[in-house]
Design a binder for this molecule. Structure first.
Ligand code: G6P
Length: 618
């Protein structure tokens, strides 16, 4: 999703802007642009379709010194991806430039009113309307930039993170946010400042970050103290956070793609996720989550849990439901955040709403949190991105701690979220007395073995790559699983469609006979998750149904399985584990499979078409 970078200070601005945009590439975009102001008040604007490297080529010719600039990666919402629609957008006079993430919902009304006052528009975007509105207000009220921005934003309905510069004041920038993240970095040199959609473009320069809150407008002036005013409550006492982002975590570490690196990261990062939380003392294991310790009473007495999330995080939520119901015996619902926010939901004040999000910025999940809070529910966040909006807006929570995830298709975040959900369910179950001590320790012990078992599966990477070639010719695929592995079937199908553009569906295996069975023929691969557990024999019957329709079966099986192997074109073995932890293993071959299919099809694995890493619009 769109990304913003800005800089004001003594260093040459263009390399900082381009470098910053590259760090935000993971969010997904289709065009980019930047504006830089020279000390003699000229506004330079560069735009390019496609990759940031195209923009970089254009800026290379620029020899002028500039020390104020804003830049943007755009993911089209209003108007096609094109240079005209790319940001920054200029005001009618060319004095102001703006970059914007989000959507101004009443832009058409505002545009009509501005047109009546003689304004014309070059692009189809809502953003151009906003910059024209700021200029209009500036002209009629003779107000300064910050005041005009505040007045304009009061007239806007919707979501925004913006940065605005005025070529006549090359020492100043105004930034604001509502429902779309924006961070301000306080630099080390001569009163410099950085702004960005998240801390990653800023981290190499400073770790002192101020996160804007909703409806905050910041006046950023070189060499002066940062000033923040809220649209409604006036001057803000902001907090400077010291954020330590591990820069090495942003590199590909020798892998050809971030996605492959992140799949291979899983054994290490899951250990990080459990570190300090699963504790061994005198030979016995305990799980300690500080959020559970602090809010024990409320969590333990919850009458119901509702999990809200989107995409892969929603699939993790489906496993979370089973974990919580199994270990805590508390009724748990799982809702798409986008539906929850608009449904006439019944929220019990004794309920706990769990919001799961890798990025911590997903607009629908944020809106669902707001609804839950309005109804008096406690909101517990399971978030990866430290300091993100969801992390700040939840009452309490547990960070996933698996490091930044860059590949658009989520991999390590999924296993990290499931690991946190397992720890949470065990911690609460233990407190409630709904899990017996032996099982509690057994599951915790097995959880600590999962990283090594994943490592073992990853060693089959070459075999999975060879198998992937078969799938490059498929137009449709079916993923089937039951019980704990039904959400894994959904996740496997999502991974394949996201990056290989092959239509894939995940289904509970027994449900196949109620529709998808009609699609089965020799051309459609069917992938079963058929591990040795309670429903093993039932899954085998489902496989027979596919075989008798000449379907080709591929299966994820438990090591040593012979029965399923004999029914399949290919099998991938995973080590045996407890049924409730199986998703942490069975998903790994499916991640690798979709990765290799996309590579074989020569597609852009890390930034698939039309998708964004962080979906900050609804
Ligand atoms: C986007 C991403 C998915 C992700 C979903 C939810 O669609 O492409 O990979 O699962 O958003 O994101 P979140 O950051 O809230 O987990």
């Amino acid at each position: 999703m769109c990304g913003i970078v800005g800089y004001i200070g003594p260093r040459p601005v263009l390399p900082i802007l381009i470098g910053g945009l590259k760090k935000l590439e993971y969010r997904g975009y289709d065009s980019s642009g930047c504006a830089a102001v020279t000390p003699d008040n000229t506004m330079l604007v560069f735009k390019a379709k496609g990759k940031v490297s195209n923009l970089e080529e254009k800026t290379k010719e620029c020899q002028q010194p500039c020390t104020l600039g804003i830049a943007h990666t755009r993911w089209a919402t209003h108007g096609i991806p094109s240079e005209t629609n790319a940001h920054p957008h200029l005001s009618q006079s060319g004095n102001l430039a703006i970059v914007h993430n989000g959507i101004i919902e009443n832009y058409a009304t505002l545009r009509d009113q501005l047109r009546k006052r003689g304004y014309t528009f070059k692009s189809e975007t809502d953003t151009e309307v906003l910059v024209q509105l700021i200029e209009y207000i500036m002209n009629i009220r003779h107000s300064d930039l910050a005041t005009s921005v505040r007045s304009a934003l009061r007239l806007c309905i919707g979501a925004y993170a913006i940065a605005v510069v005025d070529r006549r004041v090359p020492t100043q920038m105004v930034a604001a946010r509502k429902s779309s993240p924006l961070a301000i970095g306080i630099g080390k040199e001569n009163g410099e400042f950085f702004i960005a959609s998240d801390a990653s473009p800023i981290a190499e320069y400073t770790n002192r970050i101020v996160y804007l809150n909703d409806e905050d407008v910041a006046l950023i002036e070189q060499g002066k103290e940062l000033q923040i005013e809220n649209l409604h409550s006036g001057s803000v006492d902001y907090e400077i956070k010291e954020v330590d982002l591990d820069l090495t975590m942003l590199d590909k570490g020798g892998f050809p793609h971030f996605m492959l690196k992140e799949i291979f990261d899983q054994p290490t990062v899951l250990k990080d996720c459990m570190r300090g939380r699963i504790i061994e003392r005198d030979g016995s294991l305990r799980v300690v989550l500080s959020a559970v310790e602090q809010h024990k009473q409320r969590l333990v007495s919850a009458r119901r849990f509702t999990i809200v999330s989107c995409g892969t995080s929603w699939h993790a939520g489906l496993i979370g439901k089973q974990l919580i119901e199994h270990f805590c015996r508390i009724h748990t619902e799982v809702a798409y955040a986008s539906e929850y926010r608009y449904n006439d939901v019944v929220v019990d004040p004794d309920e706990v709403v769990i919001a799961i999000s890798q990025s911590g910025e997903t607009a629908d999940t944020l809106a669902a949190i707001e609804i839950a809070k309005k109804h008096g529910a406690m909101v517990f966040g399971i978030v990866n991105s430290v300091g993100s909006s969801i992390a700040r807006q939840t009452d309490t929570g547990t960070y996933v701690h698996i490091g930044p995830e860059i590949g658009v298709a989520s991999t390590k975040a999924f296993t990290g979220q499931v690991t946190v959900l397992a720890m949470l369910a065990l911690a609460l179950g233990h407190e409630r007395g709904t899990v017996d001590h032996e099982e509690y320790e057994e599951v915790l012990r097995e959880l600590t073995r999962i990283p090594d078992k994943i490592d073992h599966i990853l060693r089959q990477n070459d075999r999975i790559r060879d198998m992937a070639r078969i799938f490059t010719y498929a137009h449709n695929c079916l993923y089937l699983g039951r019980g704990w592995n039904y959400p894994v079937a959904l996740e496997g199908a999502l991974k394949l469609k996201e990056i290989s553009y092959i239509h894939a569906e995940g289904y509970p295996a027994a449900e196949m006979k109620h529709g998808p069975i009609a699609l089965i023929d020799q051309d459609m691969p069917v992938i079963f998750i058929a591990t040795h557990h309670r429903l093993y024999q039932k899954i085998i019957s489902n496989m027979q149904e596919v075989l008798s329709r000449k379907g080709r079966i591929f299966a994820i099986v438990t090591e040593g399985d012979e029965q399923v192997r004999n029914m399949c074109a290919e099998v991938i073995e995973v080590p045996d584990t407890l049924a409730c932890l199986e998703p942490l293993l069975t998903v790994i071959p499916l991640q690798l499979l979709s990765y290799h299919v996309a590579v074989a099809k020569q597609l852009n694995v890390d930034q698939p078409r039309n998708l964004a890493k962080s979906v900050t619009v609804e």
